[in-house]
Design a protein around this ligand. Structure first.
Ligand code: VG1
Ligand code: CO
Length: 587
């Protein structure tokens, strides 16, 4: 094949965040914006990691994925990649991409997604790169990519026609080939190996168990019907918003109590279903609900871990170890202690779990941000979490006779609290904050912790320690610092502050974008930073308090945590720094 060399210039601001590069679609649509990043990626990888190798390509179906897929395929061919495995219509969930990379021994893969951020011409697009173990590229690689975006001068692009992604099969272009795959089959096969599908089927066929799944018009829509309906026998009307759409049906595909409001309303209605779940844009997040009952993600991972060995065949010899991200509640710690398992606390972001899994130290892990998963792949996995919960419920109800009352989601959670105590947890998100005030607040808090000492009094709480979380990877020794300011009190309560900073748009770029908008549409709307993770800053406040007393477990989390929340707001002067009275999202 003929390879063209296209001259290009560096574009500022292409630094990846917690999970890939995320920007407004309009930013990505600028000439060479995506191409520069993809070429910089190849410039950063050792040639043996991709030359004549196999890369996987998938996406969540959002707007701009079709064009982006063609750009990625042609630049891959231009750089000597041997084969691209791409999901039909460019669709493949993040967990499925991880599964295909591992299952087919590929060198790595791309996910075209901005995850839970809204999609469509006015909203977000994103790209993530995963390595041969199926895990998100480590910071050592993403930093190199960023470095190369600042000096790039040439893009190598293959002169081939657009690839037809609508039919399964292989197309050859000289010694480069593209294979269009069914995005579901490899993943489904893996799930059948992890779980006991007959057990889950027995639950879904019960007349006293009603199941609901809200795919939020995102990628798990492509998986829900083949897996839950066709394989496991759920009724076809149990799947809501099951067709992936480029703009997620104008929705915000983030499975939480705010953005998955429709599902929440159904689950809290009179005589609502017994089980409800939702997943995000790229299918890696999950929310689990029982009838009138919300399972916090921090509790969810702890409960899965506590019951995995009995209920899930993949864990029949017991999990090797457990882990959570730092702000996630300590419910999992208690399970690790009781089961006598190795336990790890890592920074926010899934990429920190992978090394532990590769080293055989970790089986089940989770984040408070609706991420739950295991070492069956190297990404969090929404449908896996749903199947895990269905397995737990099915297992718990195994001995039931007809007419016996079904042990429900809330029964299982409350039993868990009785055994382990309850870690009340809540997260307040202040989205779309002005970066300046948000940064000043964090600086102020850093100053405060540098002066604080054990025994300091904070209202009714006594400080054990305060720090800005630093993590040393036990496998490769790499160190990351400034991962969140935390105040830990002697009774185990914690208040934690993190910034989810999205990148700044350089003044020149901003000026150019503004001019284009003015000329083309007289519309400046998109320049107002949405705080959806593609621009602006989000302040995240995490609050946790342990309650051993079962008589207090029924309290509403907001009530139980009120004193600690008030303390957090006072200590941080959050209202003064951000000008915000209320959070945008409460979890
Ligand atoms: C957020 C969450 C984090 C999660 C990340 C990616 O990051 O807090 O726990 O791993 O999103 O999730 P941040 O830096 O905005 O707090 V996803 O579903 O976008 O891959
Ligand atoms: Co996601």
């Amino acid at each position: 094949i003929k390879i063209n060399s296209v001259p290009t210039k560096p574009i500022e601001g292409q630094k990846t965040g917690t999970s890939g590069l995320r920007k407004k679609v309009k930013v990505f649509m600028q000439e060479n914006y995506l191409a520069n990043w993809i070429q910089s990626l190849f410039n950063s990888l050792p040639p043996e990691d991709y030359k004549n190798g196999v890369l996987v390509l998938g996406g969540d179906g959002r707007y701009f994925n079709r064009e982006a897929a063609q750009i990625i395929i042609k630049i891959s061919a231009g750089n000597g990649v041997g084969k691209i495995l791409v999901g039909k219509e460019g669709l493949m969930s993040t967990p499925a991409v991880s599964a295909v990379i591992r299952g087919r021994k590929a060198n790595g893969g791309f996910v075209m997604s901005a995850s839970h951020n809204p999609g469509g011409p006015e909203y977000d697009w994103g790209i993530k790169f995963n390595y041969s173990s199926g895990q998100p590229a480590p910071e050592s690689i993403t930093d190199k990519i960023y470095g190369n975006t600042l000096s790039i001068s040439e893009i190598k692009i293959a002169d081939i026609p657009d690839v037809d992604l609508s039919h399964l099969g292989v197309t050859m272009y000289g010694n480069f080939s593209v294979e269009v795959l069914d995005p579901v089959s490899d993943y489904l096969e893996l799930m059948e190996n992890v779980f006991d599908f007959e057990l889950i089927k027995s639950l879904l066929s019960r007349s006293d168990f009603r199941f609901t799944f809200d795919a939020m018009h995102a990628v798990s829509g492509a998986y829900a019907k083949p897996i839950f309906v066709e394989k496991l026998g759920a009724s076809s009307d149990s799947i809501y918003n099951g067709v992936p759409l480029e703009d997620f049906g104008h929705g915000h595909p983030d499975p939480n109590l705010t953005y998955a409001k429709d599902l929440v309303n159904i689950m809290y209605s009179d005589n609502g279903p017994d089980f409800g779940a939702a997943s995000d844009g790229d299918g890696d997040r999950n929310m689990i609900l029982g009838r009138g009952f919300f399972v916090t993600p921090s509790d969810s991972v702890a409960i899965i871990a506590a019951n995995a060995q009995k209920a899930i065949p993949y864990f029949q010899s017991g999990p090797k170890g457990l882990a959570r991200s730092m702000p996630t509640s300590g419910a999992l710690d208690r399970v690790a202690e009781k089961l006598n398992l190795p336990f790890f606390e890592v920074p926010t972001g899934w990429k920190f779990f992978g090394n532990l899994m590769d080293a055989g130290k970790l089986s089940i892990c989770g984040e408070e941000s609706f991420g739950t998963g295991s070492d069956h792949i190297r990404e969090k996995d929404g449908i896996w979490a749903v199947l895990a919960w269905l397995s737990l419920i099915a297992h718990r109800n195994k001995g039931n006779r007809t007419g016996d009352k079904l042990v429900s989601v809330s029964d299982i959670v409350k039993e868990h609290w009785e055994t382990y105590g309850r870690n009340f947890f809540s997260r307040y998100d202040y989205e779309e904050c002005e970066s300046k005030g948000a940064n000043q607040m964090i600086e102020y808090l850093r100053e405060l912790i540098s002066q604080s000492k054990t025994g300091d009094k904070y209202g009714n709480y006594v400080l054990q320690f305060a720090d800005d979380f630093t993590y040393t990877d036990p496998v490769d020794g790499s160190v990351v610092s400034k991962q969140g300011v935390r105040f830990v009190f002697t009774d185990g309560s914690r208040i934690i502050f993190r910034l989810s900073v999205c990148d700044f748009i350089c003044p020149l770029l901003l000026f150019l974008l503004a001019s284009i908008c003015l000329c083309v549409s007289n519309n400046f709307d998109f320049l107002y930073l949405q705080g959806t993770g593609s621009a602006g800053a989000t302040v995240r406040l995490y609050i946790e308090q342990f309650e051993p007393d079962a008589s207090k477990h029924e309290l509403d989390a907001q009530t139980a945590l009120k004193p600690l929340i008030d303390l957090a707001l006072t200590v941080s002067k959050l209202r003064d720094f951000t000008g915000r009275e209320k959070p945008t999202v409460i979890t």
